[in-house]
Design a protein around this ligand. Structure first.
Ligand code: ATP
Length: 266
């Protein structure tokens, strides 16, 4: 179903649309500070794998390194998923990029054209950001878990666009109509579960090709900025199996890990 009309988030509709409902346990909230903060807290208290928090009004949505994520009730989709990986899963390097592949697959499956991935964690189209991913890992004694937070602009009201300090876009520009948020969430959760099974088996290595095919900056000169360090410029030539960015610079090939750096156009 595609619609432009306001459609409330609804647990029953989401559950009915899931291909694998038994894998998820959904909490739908009207309002919270951050779905990821809440789910991290629940994870520490033993919440099971597949726990999902989806919220209509996120008042303090988080991006990386203290940055904020803005959303608009009715027009955005903001949710977090807790995933506990099977024993023997290797460290979760590249998981943010793998989540990007899962989101792109789902959006394209719903008919979105031109979805691109910006290293390390953004969903882009036409040079504007329409979604953000925040992966926070919790690993104890060799067992890995992650809270995967996703924010997507289904539509982008002017007041939200005006408050964002970088080019922003929305899904409704990539499709004839904005998708139903309930069906979008169900599709994303099923897509994430399928990708996370692949990731547990093969890591990001099995998904590199799909990430590269959607690389927003393939072959472009980009600048890598890190706080307190000189920026590094080079040509974006790809990523490796750990999700590190490969940059061809004047001094040779550099491998950039995502932790404290941001990719920008010079
Ligand atoms: P990096 O490249 O380091 O990830 P980033 O600017 O993309 O940098 P994130 O932490 O991924 O940082 O996302 C937070 C940023 O996203 C905010 O600082 C703001 O620029 C932008 N932003 C916030 N809300 C939205 C939104 N609804 N749509 C598009 N962009 C947004």
């Amino acid at each position: 179903m595609n619609t432009n009309a306001f459609e409330a988030l609804d647990s029953g509709t989401i559950a009915a649309a899931l291909r694998a409902p038994a894998r998820f346990s959904l909490a739908l909230l009207d309002s919270c500070a951050s779905t990821s903060t809440l789910l991290l807290d629940r994870a520490q208290q033993g919440a099971p794998s597949g726990s999902v928090v989806v919220c209509e009004r996120q008042t303090a949505g988080r991006g990386r390194r203290g940055r904020g994520w803005l959303s608009a009730p009715g027009d955005s989709l903001t949710f977090s998923l807790l995933w506990r990986f099977p024993d023997g899963t290797p460290p979760l390097a590249g998981l943010s990029l793998a989540v990007g592949v899962a989101v792109a697959r789902t959006l394209e499956g719903l008919g979105a054209a031109g979805v691109r991935l910006k290293w390390p964690n953004d969903i882009f189209a036409d040079g504007a950001k329409l979604g953000g991913i925040l992966v926070e890992t919790l690993s104890t004694g060799g067992r890995h878990a992650a809270v995967i937070g996703i924010g997507l602009n289904v539509r982008l009201p002017c007041e939200i666009a005006a408050a964002i300090d970088a080019p922003a876009g929305a899904l409704d520009a990539l499709m004839p109509f904005a998708p139903s948020r309930n069906l979008l969430l169900a599709g994303l959760l099923d897509g994430l579960a399928a990708m996370l099974d692949e990731f547990a088996r093969d890591g990001f290595a099995g998904l590199i090709g799909e990430w590269l095919a959607r690389n927003a900056h393939a072959g472009q000169i980009v600048r890598i900025q890190a706080e307190g360090a000189a920026p590094v410029e080079g040509c974006c030539v790809g990523v490796d199996a750990d999700g590190a960015l490969l940059l061809e610079t004047d001094t040779g090939l550099r491998r950039i890990v995502s932790g404290e750096v941001s990719l920008r156009l010079p």
